[in-house]
Design a protein around this ligand. Sequence first.
Ligand SMILES: Nc1ncnc2c1ncn2[C@@H]1O[C@H](COP(=O)(O)OP(=O)(O)OP(=O)(O)O)[C@@H](O)[C@H]1O
Ligand SMILES: [Mg+2]
Length: 443
Amino acid sequence: MNDECDVLFYVLDQLDEKSLKRFRFYLSGASSVDGLKPIPNGTLTSDVTDTVEKLLQTYGKENSLKIVKEILCKIGLNSLAVEVDNWMKRKDRYMNQMVESDEYQDWMRVSERHKAAMKKRFEYVCEGTVEGKKSKLNKIYTTLQNVRGRCEGVNTEHEIMEIEPQSRSLKWQDTEFDFNDLFSHRSWSKGNTKTVLTEGIGGIGKTVYIHKFILDWAEGKSNQHINFVFLLPFRKLNSIKDEQCSLLKLLQKLYPELEDLKDQRAFEHCKVMFIFDGLDESQLKFNFENTSQTVDKEITNLIEGTALPSAKIWITSRPAASRQIPSEYINQVIEAQGFTGPQKEEYFRKNLNDMSLAEKVIKHMKSIKSLFIMCHMPLFCWILATVCTNLDRTGRWSSQEFPTTLTEMLIHFLFVQINVKNKKQYNKYEDNKLELLKRHNRR
Ligand SMILES: Nc1ncnc2c1ncn2[C@@H]1O[C@H](COP(=O)(O)OP(=O)(O)OP(=O)(O)O)[C@@H](O)[C@H]1O
Ligand SMILES: [Mg+2]
């Protein structure tokens, strides 16, 4: 018997009809293993394969065996319980030897190299700012609000209604939420949350949040029990989705620091996390029945849990697209809600180097209600910061030209961006909008 799945089938295949019935009875009601929930009555069929699948989905591999062992004792099948126990002990011994082996030490070296490479990759953000400058992620990062659950009954009458938190009738199971808790060592060993989905509208900060999560890990500030974190943006996967490629080859393509890894077993014995960013941009076909060997299928297998069942999966998506993944594969849904009032202010203080300008922008934002509401979206804060910096630089802050409506703000932002291009070509800013547009159209 190679893995937990084999043991589960071995045990259940030995039970006669009466024992199986009693086994399911205990499974659906009375397990006392360390806070684990019972499987709801009525969701278990008499089919053994279904029962094994349900066990693995609900509890994960290790906990399934613990529960099975306990129930076997309860229904008087002690010798079978001892067999399960012996298998678990053998596996523990094997794992301990594994950790001391040269092979494992090699994997750890690759893991350290990967961590260092990830730190380099995510240390800076390139925001396409006016000066095209790179900023340190830790410097500009402002805490975002995340909420557990799924939002229901979004008011769709007006876009501002849609994004203003108070205007929605919310049904959340919980309030503030930190991803570091979800993927903590303790929750990892409990094994009951495998796949998490972060939902949030465009520009609400899902990608930046992920980058910060990875950077904190790579800098040794959090989640040090995790050995590998792989970010796989769907936009990148789209271009290679039909290639025939094993998971290891795919990862080596995107993460050259893995080139020394000879086979995929490292990922079975280490703690690995896959982050899939931007499901809304995905062109992958999540065919959970298909058996091909394409990148498409490799990703589906990971999400489904048939490949690397112990790996954690984190997917981000704009709300409308998230249902491409059947809900049975998602254990938790977290909504990214953007900035609260004080976080909006913190954003400008962190992102604008000039403190007096930051205070001016904050005052201005607070004085116009639509601006204040829109600023719950980090992307909009960035637009406002860009526009205000430009107005300040050109000495037009207090003039009639100051944008007061949303449309004026976006138009001004567009001019600022066109000017960035103009500066690259003519090495100067053009403040005459008509002239700027003429030049832009000539190209
Ligand atoms: N926590 C943050 N601190 C500071 N700035 C942020 C933060 N989150 C987002 N931003 C700003 O907002 C912009 C948009 O954020 P991001 O790309 O993460 O949004 P998104 O939710 O991934 O959007 P999309 O659905 O389009 O992918 C970033 O480029 C950055 O300027
Ligand atoms: Mg994104």
